[in-house]
Design a protein. Structure first.
Length: 281
């Protein structure tokens, strides 16, 4: 967090492209300059070749912890498109270069400033997915999760932990069987299908609790994912309709996998301390 620092704080909250032969920096893009909210960019980027404005383009798609979904040209780092995919209150939008336009008064304060999303983010480290068949990007999101960010005075000492403030989250992060039913105002988990061309939501699948599960999409237009409630489910990747689910009895906090043995396809995932494998008919 950059509470007491100045400037953009490069290269925090950035994606960087390096020449694999020399290590030389080719380009970078910073999602959250002067980050006051711990929105470090630990999310999984997805690269794809898509039709962009009538022309083929090599892109990188990134649902960022700061609550905004980005599409970048992965050859140059040029900003192509960016829109919130969850409730965002720290910026009123992005300028033509993709730089956030901060909202006045959205800084941490002594009394606590409520900001959406919380430090846990609109999403986090769990894997999203892109289907070239549907043309949609899928992300496990935390909708409505917020925090009161406080700013505290303190002296910086080299080699010691320094935060400059603390956030109070509306929903707990972490893992384990701590499923608690809150009001929707506290936040909830949701799978959202986004159109990379516009950033608009095409459909969503809502959960009771927040989720740390990754997403798998297949060539048969299926989407597999789980959640902290212990359910593992298959959705229609085009519509979001629930097709099948099972209760695995533990937190599902990983990306599902699929593989084939002797002509039969399997889907495997972990829940709690157990590994599950299902064969597709």
């Amino acid at each position: 967090m950059a509470i007491n620092g100045g400037g953009d704080n490069l290269y925090s909250d950035c994606v960087v492209a390096l020449d694999a032969d020399t290590g030389k920096l080719k380009w970078y893009f910073q999602f959250t300059p002067h980050d006051d909210f711990d929105y470090d960019s630990v999310q999984v980027p997805v690269i794809a070749n898509i039709n962009w404005m009538g022309q083929p383009r090599k892109v990188m798609m990134w649902a960022n912890r700061n609550g905004i979904f980005y599409v970048l040209d992965r050859s140059t780092g040029k900003f192509l498109q960016g829109k919130p995919f969850v409730k965002v209150t720290w910026t009123k939008g992005l300028d033509e270069a993709g730089r956030p336009m901060r909202i006045s008064g959205s800084e941490p304060s002594a009394e606590g400033t409520v900001i959406y999303p919380s430090p846990s983010g609109g999403t986090n480290w769990w894997s999203p997915s892109f289907s070239p068949r549907t043309g949609l990007f899928y992300v496990s999101a935390w909708e409505g999760v917020h925090a009161a960010f406080t700013k505290t005075d303190g002296e910086f000492e080299e080699g010691k932990r320094y935060t400059g403030g603390t956030p109070q989250n509306s929903r707990p992060g972490g893992r384990g069987p701590q499923v608690i039913k809150h009001n929707d105002e506290d936040g909830y988990g949701v799978v959202r299908a986004l159109d990379p061309q516009t950033g608009e939501k095409k459909w969503e699948f809502k959960m009771i609790d927040v989720t740390s599960s990754g997403i798998l999409t297949t060539a048969s237009d299926l989407l597999f994912t789980g959640g902290r409630e212990g359910y593992f489910q298959a959705l229609d990747a085009r519509t979001g309709k629930l097709l099948w689910k099972t209760n695995a009895g533990g937190d599902i906090a990983m990306g599902p996998m699929t593989y084939q043995v002797n002509g039969k396809q399997y889907v495997v995932f972990a829940a709690g301390s157990s590994l599950f494998s299902y064969a597709l008919p």
